[in-house]
Write a protein that binds this ligand. Structure first.
Ligand code: 13P
Ligand code: SF4
Length: 368
């Protein structure tokens, strides 16, 4: 659901009583409900969630891992997804009709996913296939609406996460001559460059003006990047890197590939959320790291690794605001709605959309 639409839906607003409960009361009540519901309740939590929420997660992971565990969990009737809207949609697509997926706060969207809607996608596809014929395979980052996943599935394409983007882009080129990569231009550009595609072979699709941005011979285009980005990861800059290099000459810099290419190129390592976590876990005590990713995760890594010196690459970095919408009051509200028999904020992807979206997800999951 588009962020603006969510914000104007009064039925999705938390009742005031939750705002007056103490942290201890909320934690106690959540624990009680979790005990009562047992395995009929499953709480997946994305790494970018706050600690106050993560403490109650039954599984913690990146977007790929959470898609996989949701699909495998057939025991739970209720899946209370502590992440953002597109992740809850993915869980609904991958689980059975009897399973109920809830998002504790409907305002937990993703600004990147909001940068591509299905109408823009269909317009882009029409224009691009007019120009390039049947030579394009669509790939969409999972950070996109179910409708876009469905469109991609229907047109022979697949979803991608940051931890399998290389595999999926390589696969796409076994299918067609060129790809349309939605909606994150940076993940698309960084990954395509990694597998040897030159920047001069990449164009950008501007969905606001419905135009292809490219200078040169269009026949050379191999990758068409949707002009979208993550508002969190775009905040890491070359200035941040220069500052760290000067102040902490021994520090290694590791960033997420949602960062701009110039930042990825100037860092020492780049990779998915899972890759960043594993790199920090496996590194020697006493090493020093500046991390360019979401702040809740960076703070957790700092707390979990007191034997290593860890800072955020951007000291003024904020957490992802939409991920942060999920908090103790909303988690408790969601769980109490289950106990009252009126589950709140259920995410339902209509069957006609879910069927093709599932095909796009399956093409990824069988290669992940
Ligand atoms: P991953 O969990 O795939 O690394 O994605 C990061 C992200 O921005 C999730 O919204
Ligand atoms: Fe979306 Fe970026 Fe937040 Fe991930 S970190 S949910 S991509 S805005």
């Amino acid at each position: 659901m588009h962020l603006l639409k969510q914000l104007t839906q009064s039925s999705t607003t938390i009742p005031k009583k939750y705002l007056h409960l103490s942290k201890q009361e909320m934690e106690y009540n959540i624990r009680q409900i979790k005990n009562q519901l047992g395995t009929s309740l499953f709480i997946p939590g994305h790494h970018y969630q706050k600690d106050e929420v993560i403490q109650f997660a039954d599984a913690v992971g990146d977007s790929l891992q959470l898609a996989q565990v949701s699909e495998k969990n057939s025991a739970a009737t209720y899946i209370v997804f502590c992440g953002v809207h597109f992740m809850a949609e993915t869980a609904d697509i991958l689980t059975t009709d009897e399973q109920i997926v809830l998002l504790p706060d409907m305002r937990a969207g993703c600004s990147m996913a909001d940068m591509a809607d299905i109408y823009q996608t269909k317009r882009a596809w029409e224009k691009l296939t007019q120009q390039f014929g049947d030579t394009i395979l669509p790939l969409t980052y999972v950070n996109s609406t179910a409708a876009i996943k469905s469109f991609v599935g229907k047109n022979g394409g697949a979803t991608v996460t940051s931890s399998n983007a290389h595999t999926m882009i390589k696969w796409a080129f076994t299918q067609k001559e060129r790809i349309l990569f939605l909606p994150d231009q940076h993940l698309g550009r960084n990954t395509a460059a990694d597998i040897g595609i030159h920047l001069t072979e990449m164009a950008v699709w501007d969905p606001i003006h419905d135009e292809l941005l490219f200078s040169g011979n269009p026949d050379k285009i191999k990758v068409i990047l949707w002009k979208g980005h993550c508002s969190v990861h775009e905040n890491f800059t070359l200035n941040n890197i220069e500052y760290v290099r000067k102040q902490y000459p021994n520090m290694k810099i590791i960033v997420h590939p949602e960062c701009k290419k110039e930042v990825v190129d100037a860092s020492d390592y780049n990779g998915s959320t899972k890759y960043i976590i594993e790199t920090i876990e496996q590194t020697e005590p006493g090493t020093a790291w500046a991390i360019g990713t979401e702040m809740n995760l960076v703070q957790r890594l700092i707390n979990n690794h007191p034997d290593k010196e860890i800072i955020s690459l951007n000291p003024y970095m904020c957490p992802c605001l939409t991920m942060n919408r999920i908090d103790l009051p909303h988690l408790l509200w969601s769980l109490e709605s289950i106990m009252e028999g009126t589950p709140n904020n259920q995410i339902i992807v209509p069957e006609d959309i879910a069927a093709n979206a599932r095909i796009a997800l399956d093409r990824m999951l069988e290669r992940a």
